[in-house]
Design a protein around this ligand. Structure first.
Ligand SMILES: NC(=O)c1ccc[n+]([C@@H]2O[C@H](COP(=O)([O-])OP(=O)(O)OC[C@H]3O[C@@H](n4cnc5c(N)ncnc54)[C@H](OP(=O)(O)O)[C@@H]3O)[C@@H](O)[C@H]2O)c1
Length: 275
């Protein structure tokens, strides 16, 4: 069984498969293979244009629906309450599911009052279309605001997180609200494999730099959703629960953060790209 992080009754498997940029048959096949290998958590989004294929992969894997934790996200251009509900229903139709395990607001949208969007998100949960709800790319201030406004628990904030980016404050804010943290781009879009410290630590355990990177996150009870289009890497990224980093190694990897470590950054520019 895959270890999970618990938040407000949600059990989020610590390792999941990210699917951004995976399309068509490659996507359906890799989702199917991941589930056959033991993954029990798949991350998609309306914006990835692959929910149909994710649903296909789920069905062809033969794994029972209630054994897989499926997350999707609604794009900020659909945050007006009626549009949010419509977008959630459209996602379910594409996935061919009656509910998702986790439905997230993909990025904040400063042009639509958060209270309205959260009211609609809570209603979607109450209507049984999502077992749990949460947010993504929310800052400390927005997390506090969202938690105060929501009538249902927000179970997670999905954020960019890897050793090269210091997200200590956002992680602390999530923990203060008992929210789980889900790390996206957890191997820094593949860059982890080139890091000398991660590689050196990996040699001690017979693990790759990418595995050490994923272990560093999951050892902090942070869920990770690495993406790969290659079957052999599915197994590599999954095989991170049979070794443990020492406190010294954890601290050494924690010190890799640098000012220019962020890879995904376009929110709060004042000219949101979703309008
Ligand atoms: N909420 C958001 O706003 C948001 C934003 C970005 C991403 N996400 C989610 O997070 C997921 C993961 O993030 P990401 O796709 O940006 O980046 P990532 O998972 O950190 O990195 C993916 C890249 O790393 C390579 N890779 C995978 N496993 C590897 C390994 N063991 N060794 C070396 N290279 C490896 C992959 O190439 P190959 O395919 O060749 O293996 C791919 O190019 C996304 O797919 C998406 O589901 C969410």
């Amino acid at each position: 069984m895959v270890p999970a992080v618990e938040a407000h009754g949600a059990h989020i498997p610590l390792i999941g498969l990210g699917t951004w940029d995976l399309r068509g048959r490659v996507c359906a096949r890799i989702v199917e293979q991941a589930l056959r290998l033991g993954y029990r958590h798949i991350d998609t989004a309306e914006m990835y244009d692959n929910e149909r294929e994710v649903g296909e992969g789920l069905r062809s894997s033969g794994i029972k629906r209630d054994e897989v934790f499926v997350t999707t996200k609604i794009w900020p251009s659909h945050f007006a309450p009626r549009e949010l509900e419509r977008a959630a229903k459209d996602s379910l139709m594409r996935l061919r599911l009656s509910e998702v395990d986790l439905l997230l607001l993909h990025w904040p949208n400063p042009r639509i009052p958060l209270s309205e969007t959260l009211g609609a998100l809570c209603k979607i949960k109450q209507a049984g279309l999502a077992r749990h709800i949460g947010v993504s790319n929310f800052t400390v201030a927005l997390i506090d605001e969202a938690v105060a406004l929501a009538s249902e628990p927000l179970v997670c904030n999905q954020i960019e997180l890897h050793p090269f980016l210091d997200q200590t404050k956002v992680v602390a804010a999530c923990r203060a609200h008992s929210m789980a943290v889900v790390a996206y781009s957890p191997i820094a879009r593949g860059n982890a494999k080139n890091d000398a410290v991660l590689a050196r630590v990996g040699k001690v355990y017979g693990k790759t730099a990418a595995q050490v990177c994923l272990r560093w996150l999951t050892q902090q009870q942070i869920a990770v959703i690495p993406r790969t289009s290659r079957v052999e890497r599915l197994l590599e990224n999954f095989s991170i629960f049979d070794f443990e980093l020492s406190p010294v190694e954890m601290a050494e990897i924690g010190a890799l953060a640098r000012g220019d470590g962020r890879l995904v950054d376009y929110a709060f520019s004042g000219t949101p790209k979703w309008d």
